[in-house]
Design a protein around this ligand. Structure first.
Ligand code: ZN
Length: 420
C-alpha cells in the first residue's frame, strides 16, 4: 500500500531507542512524502514522486491531508477487570481516605473479589470492548497485566483472557503477569501467611505462567504497604530465571527504593515514579531501564504530585507515557489524553510526548527494534490523525482524532473498534 496526501509524516526514524536527553525530541517530520508497506512491514519512506515511481503498482491510500504516524504504544494497562469502581471516585471527592474506602469494600480487593466470581468468557467480553476502545485512539500495541486474581487459578484465567484477545483482535497485546499486585486479604494477618503468598507467586504461579507461555513480562507492585524491596527483588529474580522479562511498579506514592531496585535488577521499565528520589533518578540514568510515567493516575486521584519528568529527562532517563488504564485509579482509554497531560503537567515538549508514546513506549515493552517507527523493516503499524500538525496530537484535550489505524499492514476500522 502507498500512503499519500498527508500534511505530515512523523516517522520517529532513528536509533531503535530508548531515546534519552535531547534525542527525545528526534521525530523527523516529512512533508510531500509517502510511505509504502509490503505485507506486514514498512517497505519505504521518502519523497512522494520518487516513491510513486518506485512502486507504481502499490494500492494508494488517500490520507486526506492528515498526519500519519507510527501507531502509538500503550505500555502499561490493567485492561482485564470486571465492574467499574465509580463509587470510590465519588467517596474520594467526599473526603474518605483510602482505609475507609477499603473498609467499605473498595480498592484493588473489590476488583479481585469481582474477577474471581466471573467466568473467563465474561472477562473476555468485557476486556474486548475496553481494548478496542483503547485502540480506537490510534494505539497499535497494548501491554495488558493480570493482577486482579491473586490465586494461581485466577491469575492464569486473566492471562488466558489476554491470550484469547491477542489472537482475536487486530492490535498487538503484550501480556504481563502481575500476581504480586497486592497481598490478598486472606494472607495479611500474620507474617507467615504473607510469606506463604510470596512463596506461591515464586514457586507456583511463575513456573505455571512460564511453562504455559502466558506472559512476556512479570511485574511487581513495590510500594510501602504493598511489596517490600526485598520481596520484589526475590520475585523479579525468580521471574527472570523462569525466562520472563521484567517490569516494576516503583515509587508511585512514596520514595521507597523502587527505582534503585529497578536499576539493580535491570528491569525493562520502571513505572509510575511520581515519588522518585534523586538517588533513584541517578540509578535509573545509569541503567538501560525506561521510566514509564502515568500522569492520568495522579490527575484522577486528585493528587497534585506528578513525576519530576523534566529533571528526569535532564538526568538522561528515557521517558515513556502510558494510560495505566484500570478501574480504580485511571479509567481512561485515551492515550492522546495522556500525551496532553505529558505536555501540560509533566512539561514535555510535543515531540517528547510523541517519542514517549512511540519509540520509548516500544522500548518499554521490549519491541524497540520492530515497533514505534516508520522505518523500512519495522512493523507496518500506522495511525492517521485528523490534524495538520503533529503538535495537535497532545493539544485536542480529550478528543478522538484518530481517523484510521493499520496494524501489521492491515486496516482496522477505528469507528467500528469503538462499537461494542
Ligand atoms: Zn499499574
Amino acid at each position: 500500500m502507498l500512503f499519500v496526501n498527508t500534511a505530515q509524516i512523523v516517522t520517529c526514524a532513528g536509533s531503535p531507542g530508548p531515546r534519552r536527553g535531547s534525542a527525545m525530541n528526534d521525530l523527523e517530520v516529512l512533508r510531500d512524502s509517502a510511505v509504502v508497506t509490503r505485507g506486514d512491514v514498512i517497505a519505504a519512506v521518502g519523497p512522494r514522486r520518487q516513491i510513486a515511481q518506485q512502486f507504481p503498482k502499490a494500492k494508494q491510500v488517500d490520507c486526506g491531508g492528515g498526519v500519519l504516524m507510527p501507531a502509538l504504544v500503550d505500555s502499561h494497562t490493567h485492561a482485564v477487570f470486571g465492574a467499574p469502581r465509580s463509587a470510590e471516585h465519588e467517596m474520594r471527592a467526599l473526603g474518605l481516605d483510602y482505609m475507609e474506602i477499603a473498609r467499605r469494600g473498595g480498592g484493588i480487593h473489590s476488583s479481585v473479589r469481582d474477577v474471581r466470581e466471573r467466568s473467563e468468557n465474561e472477562l473476555v467480553r468485557l476486556a474486548r470492548a475496553r481494548i478496542r476502545r483503547l485502540a480506537s485512539f490510534g494505539v497499535g500495541t497494548i501491554e495488558v497485566k493480570s493482577g486482579y486474581g491473586l490465586t494461581l487459578e485466577d491469575e492464569l484465567k486473566l492471562l488466558r483472557v489476554i491470550r484469547k484477545l491477542s489472537k482475536e483482535l487486530p492490535v498487538r497485546l503484550i501480556p504481563t503477569f502481575l500476581g504480586a499486585h497486592e497481598i490478598p486479604l486472606d494472607h495479611r494477618d500474620t507474617a507467615a501467611r504473607r510469606r506463604e503468598y510470596v512463596d506461591a507467586v515464586i514457586h507456583e504461579m511463575i513456573p505455571h505462567v512460564a511453562r504455559q507461555r502466558l506472559a512476556v513480562f512479570a511485574d511487581v507492585f513495590c510500594e510501602t504497604g504493598v511489596y517490600t524491596v526485598s520481596e520484589s527483588r526475590e520475585i523479579l529474580r525468580a521471574a527472570r530465571s523462569a525466562g520472563l522479562s521484567l517490569k516494576l511498579h516503583a515509587d508511585e506514592l512514596t520514595s521507597s527504593g523502587g527505582a534503585e531496585l529497578a536499576a539493580e535488577v535491570r528491569v525493562t521499565s520502571a513505572d509510575h515514579l511520581a515519588a522518585i528520589s534523586d538517588k533513584g533518578i541517578r540509578a535509573l540514568a545509569a541503567s538501560a531501564t525506561v521510566a514509564t510515567l502515568l500522569p492520568s493516575t495522579m490527575l484522577f486521584l486528585g493528587n497534585p504530585s506528578q513525576a519530576p519528568a523534566r529533571r528526569m529527562i535532564e538526568a538522561g532517563l528515557p521517558i515513556a507515557l502510558a494510560t495505566d488504564f484500570n478501574p480504580g485509579t485511571s479509567p481512561t482509554v485515551s492515550l492522546p489524553l495522556v500525551l496532553t497531560l505529558g505536555v501540560s503537567q509533566l512539561r514535555l515538549s510535543a515531540a517528547e510526548s510523541v517519542v514517549a508514546s512511540t519509540v520509548n513506549g516500544a522500548a518499554a515493552v521490549g519491541l524497540a527494534a520492530s515497533v514505534g517507527q516508520i522505518t523500512p523493516g519495522y512493523a507496518a503499524d500506522l495511525a492517521l490523525f485528523e490534524i495538520s500538525d503533529y503538535r495537535e496530537l497532545p493539544y485536542w484535550l480529550g478528543a478522538r482524532i484518530c481517523r484510521a489505524l493499520w496494524t501489521r499492514g492491515k486496516a482496522c476500522d477505528v469507528h467500528d473498534l469503538d462499537i461494542t
